[in-house]
Ligand binder design. Structure first.
Ligand SMILES: Nc1ncnc2c1ncn2[C@@H]1O[C@H](COP(=O)(O)OP(=O)(O)OP(=O)(O)O)[C@@H](O)[C@H]1O
Length: 979
């Protein structure tokens, strides 16, 4: 098989899935960290892509297309440092990359990617790749896992013990509580026991973010206590019996089953078997005793049970009077922690331990919270130390010492959610503080920080050896599947996931021979006795001689050592100086790098913004395209509707045109009729005019004749009057002569005799009667003449009146005929103009309606088009703009054509109607003026006739009056005479 050189680029992170954030890579060309002797990288992209494609979670966040670029850059600079800063770290995959630095503030890991030289065959590499693919997730086995499945059942192989082993992390998810079941709380945790993966599902708005964590073992809600024990604790107990120190601690939110897992519930059944809810501690105790008994070993077992409450350690096994005294935590010279005055109880059977556990548990600080009815308010540490006597191969008796620390931590809790108040809240604060320190210690260990803050809390001081020390550690992280605990679950998973990277360097406790152990004990007892004696004597400090000698020797040795150390110190100081120089150089470089990093970060953030913007705009555009398509659909639909409406409108317009034509036709008929009527009217009017003219001439003639008659009559009358006047004058003369003679006679005869008076009187009487007779005759004659005149005048008057009446009647008839004719004509014209106006209105309405519709359509279309124009992709926009323009143009031309058609038609109609209106109005005017003229003529004629009549009548009346006066005057004169 042909061997090829391969270089492998592995990415590792210290972190789990933080919050589905983005993932960025920037490259600086710091090449000093990598060997120069590497060959150009071949197939690296493939490997790399291969790697990332398997990272289920990451691949979605990993910008596609970046990898080839990254490859190019890597190839360009040959070797490089990849700076990875992310809130969404890659899955821990390979262990070939180390962290240089960590900047927790930014959750940033500065990774040095070492291109490691590996000699692999193509075939075997591909095989391993395939095996990853089959696994379906990018979670290769960690060394711990590999050891876990070792054939001998032991979780560690001998080789790995030398290298250091990772803290083993087990994840246990409890089932839903009854309350959760009742409330139908959604489940957010999914356990895949086969793949050893836990997935947390988080819904943020419309997005669902799944975060998957892999652990050394995963136990789902349905898992049994026995399963967990058999798979996890059983091998640990075996190792403890081998002489290893083991710590198992339960870590998790309050109420998630830490105590349930560690201690469990229920005891032994009647047949001596454990109840299925019994937890790790009783089972481990049982296993220890069973194994030791089975091995028939000589052993001793001691237990301690302490509680750490509010940073105070209490011995749960101490007698009552001592139990209130807090235990102080001490450190020996080598940094090992021990507790002074702690009660160690020797136990000989499992039952004893159960009893002790019960006793201790009863003393623990517990309280009810909203989440857990019996919540541990303290951390408890139950330690079992086993010493087993053995015989070495050379027959020497040795003692093997194993230790099992079983820790039940207090629950990490959200004070608000757990409902803790006052004392409980203070407790919770303390608990959270110590757990926080635990988290910081884990971080420091994972990040390989120089300083690990063990001393910041008693809990971490107690667990010091289990975290990065010689003790092997197994963390059982407990979570709840409920959505209500999502935040805490994520935090627990995060911690647990980090803790996976902590490495311990376990050592088997030295096996001491019995004699050495006894000797040690004797020496200790002796020195203690001497110290006691000296204290009792209060006599200064007594030091035994051999102790003095040994101490002196030790002092001397120490002085030598000190000298050596001071020399070393000098060297170290020099080294320190060099280091400081180097550090300053490095810090300079670091500054540069940081600057570059900052720049890169800015680039990245701007790129991120651009990307976000681009993706947003793409989304927007996609959305717009969708909308556009939809709007196009609606537009098409609308266009079809409009088209049909347009067709309807066209048919309506054509029907309107037909109507208009019909109307025109009628109007033409009407016009002809009007013309006929006009000619007829003109003829009639002419005839009427002629009649009026002839009647006027007749009247004039008649009047002239009457005037002549009247004149002759008047002259005759004048003549007769003159004759009558003359006769009257004559008569007067006669009368006056007679009167005179009578007066003379009277005067002659007045003085003579009264008798003669009688004669005279009778004579006078004769004369008077003759005169009266004469006057009577004359007046009869005058009366006859006057009567004749009067009858004559009456006749004249009657004939004039009759003529007048006839004239009046004929004129009235003519007037009435003309009036009725004009009113008919006027009505006709009015109706016609009304009809025309109605037609115009209809046409106007139709035109406005179509105009409105068309402009609405145009506006709508333009709106759509404008909206679309703005939002479309550039190309799409161009295309659409042109297509819109075309459409608009098409529609515009269509609209224009329709408009112009309608306009021309309307104009045509307008012209026709206006000409008709003009014609009708001119005809009307003409007719009105003609009527006016006729009326004027008529009224002139009438007034002239009336004047003539009035004048004649007045003349006649005057004449008659004067005649009457004369007649009356004559009458009165005669009567006065008679008187
Ligand atoms: N895996 C499980 N199966 C069945 N019941 C469980 C499981 N885990 C927890 N419970 C039940 O949930 C309740 C709370 O569990 P437990 O007291 O062990 O929680 P805790 O984590 O120790 O809480 P705290 O930190 O407050 O002490 C108990 O009634 C227990 O019976």
């Amino acid at each position: 098989m042909k061997l090829r050189l391969r270089y492998r680029l592995d990415l590792v992170t210290y972190d789990g899935w933080m919050d589905g954030g983005e993932f960025y890579i920037s490259i600086s060309n710091r090449i000093n960290l990598v060997k120069q002797s590497f060959q150009p990288i071949q197939d690296l992209d493939k490997l790399y892509l291969l790697g990332t494609s398997k990272m289920n979670q990451v691949s979605s966040a990993f910008p596609v297309g970046l990898l080839p670029r990254l490859m190019m850059m890597i190839l360009g600079v040959r070797f490089c440092q990849v700076i990875l800063y992310t809130t969404h770290m890659l899955h821990s995959a390979f262990y070939s990359v180390k962290f240089d630095d960590l900047v927790p503030k930014y959750k940033m890991g500065l990774l040095t990617l070492e291109l490691k030289e590996r000699v692999v065959s193509r075939g075997s590499f591909m095989d391993s790749t395939r095996s990853f693919q089959r696994r379906g997730s990018f979670a290769p086995l960690s060394p711990t896992q590999m050891l876990w499945s070792a054939e001998n059942g032991s979780p560690f192989s001998k080789d790995d013990k030398d290298k250091g082993v990772n803290v083993q992390v087990i994840l246990r998810c409890r089932p839903f509580s009854e309350d959760d079941v009742r409330a139908k709380t959604p489940m957010v945790v999914t356990c895949n026991e086969g793949k050893r993966e836990v997935t947390v599902t988080q819904n943020t708005g419309s997005k669902q973010i799944d975060k998957t964590f892999s652990f050394d073992k995963v136990f789902g809600p349905g898992s049994k206590q026995k399963d967990l024990y058999d798979q996890v604790v059983d091998p640990i107990v075996k190792e403890a019996l081998e002489g290893y120190n083991w710590t198992i601690f339960a870590y998790g939110q309050t109420g998630t089953g830490k105590t349930y897992t560690m201690e469990g519930e229920g005891g032994k059944t009647k047949n001596g078997e454990f109840h299925e809810d019994v937890g790790v501690i009783p089972r481990a105790v049982e296993q220890l005793f069973d194994t030791l008994e089975a091995q028939n070993a000589e052993y001793s077992m001691k237990v301690t049970y302490i509680e750490l409450y509010n940073e105070e350690i209490t011995d749960l096994l101490a007698p009552e009077e001592k139990s209130k005294k807090p235990i102080s935590l001490m450190e020996d010279g080598k940094g090992a922690v021990f507790m002074r005055g702690l009660e160690e109880e020797l136990v000989c059977s499992a039952d004893e331990i159960y009893h002790i556990l019960e006793k201790g548990s009863a003393r623990k600080h517990t309280a009810e919270t909203l989440i857990n009815t019996q919540s541990n308010r303290s951390h408890s540490l139950f330690t079992i130390t086993i010493q087993i006597k053995e015989h070495s191969s050379d027959g020497v008796e040795v003692t093997k010492c194993g230790k099992l620390n079983l820790v039940d931590l207090a629950g990490s809790e959200n004070i608000l959610r757990s409902g803790a108040r006052e004392e409980r809240a203070r407790e919770a604060g303390e608990i959270n503080k110590s757990l926080l320190t635990l988290g910081r210690v884990i971080n420091a260990l994972v990040e390989h920080s120089g300083h690990v803050p063990y001393r910041d809390s008693k809990l971490t001081r107690l667990l010091r050896d289990s975290l990065g020390g010689k003790t092997k550690t197994c963390i059982i992280a407990t979570v709840s599947p409920s959505i209500n605990s999502l935040e805490e679950t994520q935090s627990t998973l995060d911690y647990a996931y980090r803790a996976k990277s902590i490495k311990n360097r376990p050592e088997v406790n030295h096996k001491v021979t019995k004699s050495v152990a006894v000797k040690d004990l004797y020496t200790e007892i002796d020195s203690l006795k001497q110290e006691l004696h000296a204290t009792r004597e209060k006599n200064g400090i007594y030091i035994p001689n051999d102790r003095y000698i040994s101490e002196e020797a030790a002092k001397k040795e120490m002085t030598e050592k000190l000298e050596l150390k001071s020399k070393e110190l000098m060297d170290l100081q020099e080294l320190l100086f060099r280091q400081q120089k180097l550090t300053s150089e490095l810090s300079q470089r670091l500054e540069n790098t940081e600057r570059q990093l900052h720049e890169s970060r800015q680039d990245v953030s701007s790129l991120k913004d651009q990307l976000r913007y681009a993706s947003e705009s793409t989304k927007e555009k996609e959305y717009l395209i969708l909308n556009l398509l939809e709007s196009e659909k609606t537009l098409t639909k609308r266009a079809v509707e409009l088209h049909s409406e347009l067709e309807n409108a066209t048919s309506e317009v054509s029907s309107l045109f037909a109507k208009i034509e019909h109307k025109n036709h009628i109007e033409d008929g009407n016009k002809v009729l009007v013309q006929c009527f006009q000619t007829l009217l003109a003829q009639h009017l002419e005839a009427l005019h002629n009649i009026v003219v002839t009647s006027v001439t007749h009247q004039e003639q008649h009047l002239t004749a009457i005037e002549g008659h009247m004149k002759s009559f008047v002259s005759e009358q004048d003549k007769a009057t003159q004759g009558l006047q003359i006769r009257v004058e004559k008569i007067r003369d006669i009368f006056s002569g007679g009167i005179k003679s009578l007066v003379e006679i009277a005067t002659e005869f007045s003085g003579n005799s009264k008798t003669a008076l009688g004669d005279i009187n009778s004579e006078v009487e004769e004369h008077s009667s003759a005169l009266a007779e004469l006057i009577r005759e004359a007046s009869v004659k005058v009366g006859d003449v006057l009567n004749d005149l009067h009858s004559n005048l009456t006749d004249q008057e009657q004939s004039i009146a009759t003529f007048w009446k006839q004239q009046h009647e004929s004129q009235l008839r003519a007037y009435q005929t003309t009036q009725s004719a004009s009113s008919v004509t006027m009505n006709f014209f009015n109706t016609m103009s009304n009809d025309i106006f109605r037609v115009i209105e209809m046409v106007e309405d139709a035109r406005t309606k179509y105009d409105q519709q068309l402009s609405d359509f145009k506006i709508k279309f333009e709106d759509y088009a404008n909206g679309e124009d703005k939002q479309l992709l550039d190309k799409m926009a161009e295309l659409l703009v042109s297509s819109n323009a075309k459409k608009k143009q098409l529609i515009q031309t269509e609209i224009d054509a329709i408009r112009s058609d309608i306009g021309s038609r309307t104009y045509h109609i307008h012209r026709k109607t206006s000409s008709m209106i003009a014609l009708s109005s001119s005809t009307q005017d003409e007719f009105t003026s003609f009527l006016g003229k006729t009326e004027r003529h008529y009224s002139e004629d009438k007034s002239a006739t009336q004047n003539a009549k009035d004048g004649l009548t007045a003349k006649l009346q005057n004449w008659y009056k004067s005649s009457l006066i004369v007649t009356n005057a004559n009458g009165s004169y005669g009567s006065s005479l008679i008187i």
